[in-house]
Write a protein that binds this ligand. Structure first.
Ligand SMILES: C[S@@+](CC[C@H](N)C(=O)[O-])C[C@H]1O[C@@H](n2cnc3c(N)ncnc32)[C@H](O)[C@@H]1O
Length: 207
């Protein structure tokens, strides 16, 4: 099983209970250090920035969970799906989640969110460009007790359903199901995070 944008390996620790072999890739060395510490040597973790995918294996399935592919520009998303497909056998599965149009509307209407959770104050400010279908987000977190503070900037994309379908079809994925989060419930107009489950049924057709 291949896990792209694997982050700190949360999903890989779970996958290893179910599958024979897991390879995780991520663009962040710091995230991979945490993944290796969490999961141990049973999984292989590789530093790679999509669409680069320096793996030799052909996999039975690939996943990208909890916002990995939202970080890719449309061009990189398309190139990444193509390269992932090249590393999947015909009949293999590809499963990933993406933000939806409902999430774009929600973020537009909730540009500033703040609160306190588990001893941390947080503030999240988002700027959505509906034309470009992009979102810049600034996150600030202060630990209540120690006063330690960090900030992050994220830039994400809202890939349209039609675009994602076209990209999947071009890469040989023809059986496509879109569900609410990680449930069996079909996604609807209110779904904020949609999970795309697709099956590679033919060799990709893009150059
Ligand atoms: C929100 S985290 C997802 C974490 C993980 N999939 C999980 O379920 O816990 C997004 C991850 O995508 C990675 N990422 C973003 N752009 C990337 C790219 N072009 N290639 C590879 N990884 C990327 C980041 O380094 C980060 O670890």
């Amino acid at each position: 099983m291949l896990d792209v944008c694997c982050g700190t390996g949360l999903m890989d620790a779970e996958l290893l209970k179910l599958v024979y072999s897991v390879v995780g890739t991520d663009a962040s060395a710091a995230m991979l250090t945490r993944a290796r510490a969490r999961v141990g040597p049973q999984a292989q973790f590789l530093l790679a920035t999509l669409p680069d995918l320096p793996v030799d294996e052909t996999f039975d399935a690939a996943i990208s969970t909890f916002d990995g592919l939202n970080y890719l520009t449309p061009e990189v998303f398309q190139a990444s799906v193509k390269v992932i497909s090249e590393h999947l056998r015909v009949g293999a599965w590809l499963c990933f989640d993406l933000h939806t149009d409902a999430m774009m509307d929600f973020t537009l209407k909730n540009a500033q969110i703040s609160g306190e959770e588990e001893g941390h104050f947080f503030s999240i400010r988002s700027e959505v460009d509906p034309e470009q279908r992009t979102c810049s987000t600034w996150i600030a977190v202060t630990t209540t007790e120690s006063g330690s503070h960090f900030t992050e900037h994220h830039r994400q994309h809202f890939h349209s359903d039609a675009f994602v379908r076209e990209v999947l079809n071009s890469a040989g994925f023809t059986e496509i199901r879109i569900v609410e989060e990680y449930t069996d419930t079909p996604a609807n107009a209110d779904t904020l995070r949609a999970t795309w489950i697709s099956r590679k049924t033919q060799i990709g057709v893009t150059a």
